[in-house]
Structures are given as structure tokens and as C-alpha cells.
Design a protein around this ligand. Structure first.
Ligand SMILES: Cc1ncc(COP(=O)(O)O)c(C=O)c1O
Length: 430
């Protein structure tokens, strides 16, 4: 399928980016397990290296299986193009890389996946970049944090671990007024529940490790470019607007227009950072995406049922699911995530840190793992695992305090999940 903007989501999740293999007619996207591609002749090679012709040179940059996935994710997000890479964390670096430089900063939400908080608060400093953490519910504080050295604004649509929903329209307005791109991590929502570009996002990043692949088999990431941002307007993004010395003086925005960021991501990002997705992983993710809408519907149905039950349980002090009428984020669901608030939330146990540890140890259907977005139901006690590098203050700000357990609801029978939670909660509070 090439251009099919009018097809529905269920059709596009199966067909976008895929066409019968030109050599064999294979209906499923083949795994092109090859490192290099034979040039027709020296002129063809030169045209490919000059980006005058689009094609395949070397699989660190491009690969037909990965290209099919890029096209599929870009289509589902309503973007102009996408670059896949080796993990969600790689996608975040790939998204920031063309925008940032030593001394520059990104304004980020305090409600992020714990690994992202560490990546932004610690690791990016080694590049000379920095992050300013702000409560994104305080839109004025986001605006106030932006300064002359800010080059992007970053948040999650549905935040991991709390399942809180960011008011993307309000944040996009702030970013837009400052002439900055808004980057939205749409991992927990997926494009089935939320389409950040429709709310003003410039770039959308994914950990495809989660719901997009959907069954815990792949580590992968993706950056989707809306194609809507004017990289040349402010002079703040010279790698995209000016002659890029790393690509013999090419001006990406002038040459590729709405595909500037995508071409830059491949020609410089993947070429020089090398965070490439392998074709086998791309194949698994393509398979996963074929059933994305069906799975997300069931994740949402189950999460609504389980969260409502948990909310009334004596051992539970609180449930953060935005799909509950009691959630302060409930009003945002219809506007930001019209098909539901996802399958991810946290519960606070009255029995505190020790109770949380007992609870996760006694679950039978739920697995205690550092992952989410699987067909299987998963839990994690963030404070003793993913968020243990953070201070208690950072843990609480991220919604992952010591008495909190993150729950990723799978697509099993909801009644079985409730029975499992019930027996583990009884043990934890005994
Ligand atoms: C919301 C979110 N973004 C990014 C990441 C990082 O993704 P990956 O583990 O694929 O690098 C994660 C991982 O848990 C995540 O939950």
C-alpha cells in the first residue's frame, strides 16, 4: 500500500508500508537479513550517497523490512516520516540529537518513565545538554522554564507509571509560542488511543518494546516526524536549516522540506550514532502492530474493570487510572485519548513499602518484570527497581513512591486478573 490516507486505523495497521515483495510476490513483509545492497553501477552508488535517489546502501542506515515499519508507524501517527532505532531510549536521543548542542537545554515533564528521568537528568549532561524538569500540569511553569537556550519541550502523552494524561494542546501552544518543537513520548497510549500530532506535537517517540510489538519479544524505538515544523524560522536549528558539515554541506530543510528531520535521522543520526533496529525485530513489530487496535481495546476494557474493582478494595489507598471518574485526569480522556485511558496505572497500598514487596511476590498470573504493554499482565514495584536510582522526592514526583506498585493490565480474562490481585492483596495486608 502506498498512499491510502482515507483508510481506517484497522486497515492501515495491517497494510501501511507493506506491499507484495517485488522479487517474489511474498505477501508478508520479508525479513531482509542483509547488511549491504549491490549498486547497479557507480553512478547509482553516487546518487544514493548524495541522497539524490532514495534506496538501500547499508543496513545501519536503511533496510527494506525496517522501512516498511517506519512507513507503518508514520502512517498510524499521521506523520510525514519516521526513523526506527534500537530502543525507546535510543529514539529519545535520536529525537534530540539534531536539535541540541553543548549548553542547550530541553524542558521536560517530571512525570516520565524513571529511565527517561535518569537519561535526561544525568546521562545527557555528557553531551553538554541539560534538562529542566517541570510539572506539566502547571502550564505557566512550563512557559517560564523556557529560555533562549531551550531547543525542545518533552513529555509523555499517558505518563508511565501513573497513567496520567498530559494536556498536549496546552503544552503545544506554549512550545509553539516559543518557536520550539514539542516531542511527545506516545509509548503508553499508542496511536490507537492518542495521536499527538493532532494536538500539536512536532515529533512523536515510541518505545516499540511495549504495546506496538505488544508481546514482550522486541526492544525497539521510533521517532515520527510530523513534517509540520519550520526548522529554518528561528536560526535555532542549524543542523537542519544550515549547511551541515557532517553531510558535505547539505541543507536538510531546504532540500527535503517536511522530510528534513527524517532524512537527517537516517543520513546522520543512524549513520553516525548507529542505534539501528535490526530487520528481525522490525518484522516482529510489524506482526504486533497488525493487531494493535484489538489489543488496545481489550487492554482498556480490562483496565477499566480492574481499576474500578481495586478502587473499592480495603488494602488499597489509591488508584491512579485516568479512566476512573475519581481521577483528576478523567476530563482529559475524551479530548486527548478518546478511545480510552490505556492499560497502565499505579496503586498505593496501605501496607507501604513492605506490603508492596509482599504483594508483587505473591501474584501468580501477573509477572513482576521491568516491562509494560505486554499481552500478559505485569507489575513492578518501581521504587525498588526502575526508579531506585531516583531520590524519594523524584520518585514521588514521578508517581512512583515507595508504597506504589505499577500495573500493566494485559488482555487475559479480567475476572482471573481480579482474583489474582485479590489473593495477593490479602497476603500483603495480612
Ligand atoms: C514511556 C517509556 N518511554 C521510553 C522507554 C524506554 O524504552 P526502551 O526500554 O525500549 O529503551 C520506556 C521503557 O520502559 C517507557 O516506558
Amino acid at each position: 500500500m502506498t498512499d491510502a490516507p482515507n483508510y481506517g486505523f484497522d486497515t492501515l495497521q495491517i497494510h501501511a508500508g507493506a506491499r507484495p515483495d517485488p522479487a517474489t510476490g511474498a505477501r508478508q513483509v520479508p525479513i531482509y537479513q542483509t547488511t549491504a545492497y549491490v549498486f547497479r553501477d557507480a553512478d547509482h552508488a553516487a546518487a544514493l550517497f548524495n541522497l539524490q535517489e532514495v534506496g538501500y546502501i547499508y543496513s545501519r542506515l536503511t533496510n527494506p523490512t525496517v522501512s516498511a515499519l517506519q512507513e507503518r508507524v508514520a502512517t498510524l501517527e499521521g506523520g510525514a516520516g519516521a526513523v526506527c532505532c534500537s530502543s525507546g531510549h535510543a529514539a529519545q536521543i535520536m529525537a534530540l540529537f539534531p536539535l541540541m548542542g553543548p549548553g542547550l537545554n530541553v524542558v521536560v515533564s517530571t512525570r516520565l518513565y524513571g529511565g527517561s528521568i535518569t537519561q535526561f537528568s544525568q546521562t545527557i549532561k555528557r553531551f553538554g545538554w541539560s534538562a529542566k524538569f517541570v510539572d506539566f500540569d502547571d502550564v505557566d511553569a512550563v512557559a517560564a522554564a523556557i529560555d533562549d537556550d531551550t531547543r525542545a519541550v518533552f513529555c509523555e502523552s499517558i505518563a508511565n507509571p501513573g497513567g496520567y494524561i498530559t494536556d498536549l494542546d496546552a503544552i503545544a501552544k506554549v512550545a509553539d509560542a516559543a518557536g520550539l518543537p514539542l516531542i511527545v513520548d506516545n509509548t503508553s497510549a499508542t496511536p490507537y488511543l492518542c495521536r499527538p500530532i493532532e494536538h500539536g506535537a512536532t515529533l512523536v517517540v515510541h518505545s516499540m518494546t511495549k504495546y506496538l510489538t505488544g508481546n514482550g519479544t522486541v526492544t525497539g524505538g521510533c521517532v515520527v516526524d510530523s513534517g509540520n515544523f519550520d526548522w529554518s524560522a528561528s536560526g535555532k536549528f542549524p543542523s537542519l536549516s544550515d549547511s551541515e558539515p557532517a553531510y558535505h554541506g547539505l541543507k536538510f530543510h531546504e532540500t527535503f522540506g517536511p522530510l528534513a528531520f527524517t532524512f537527517h535521522g537516517i543520513a546522520i543520526g543512524l549513520r553516525d550514532l548507529g542505534m539501528t533496529l535490526n530487520p528481525q525485530a522490525a518484522h516482529y513489530t510489524l506482526m504486533g502492530i497488525e493487531t494493535l487496535s484489538l489489543r488496545m481495546e481489550r487492554h482498556v476494557q480490562n483496565a477499566e474493570k480492574v481499576a474500578s474493582w481495586l478502587e473499592t478494595h480495603d488494602a488499597v489507598a489509591g488508584v491512579t487510572y485516568a479512566g476512573l471518574a475519581s481521577s483528576p485526569y478523567h476530563d482529559r480522556v475524551a479530548r486527548i485519548c478518546p478511545k480510552g485511558a490505556g492499560g497502565l496505572f499505579t496503586i498505593k497500598l496501605k501496607a507501604g513499602y513492605e506490603g508492596c514487596v509482599k504483594f508483587v511476590d505473591n501474584l501468580e498470573i501477573f509477572s513482576h518484570v521491568a516491562n509494560l504493554g505486554d499481552t500478559r499482565s505485569l507489575v513492578i514495584h518501581s521504587a525498588s527497581t526502575t526508579h531506585r536510582q531516583l531520590t524519594e522526592e523524584q520518585q514521588v514526583a514521578a508517581g512512583a513512591g515507595p508504597d506504589v506498585v505499577r500495573i500493566s493490565i494485559g488482555i487475559e480474562d479480567a475476572d482471573d486478573l481480579i482474583a489474582d490481585l485479590d489473593q495477593a492483596l490479602s497476603t500483603a495486608s495480612a
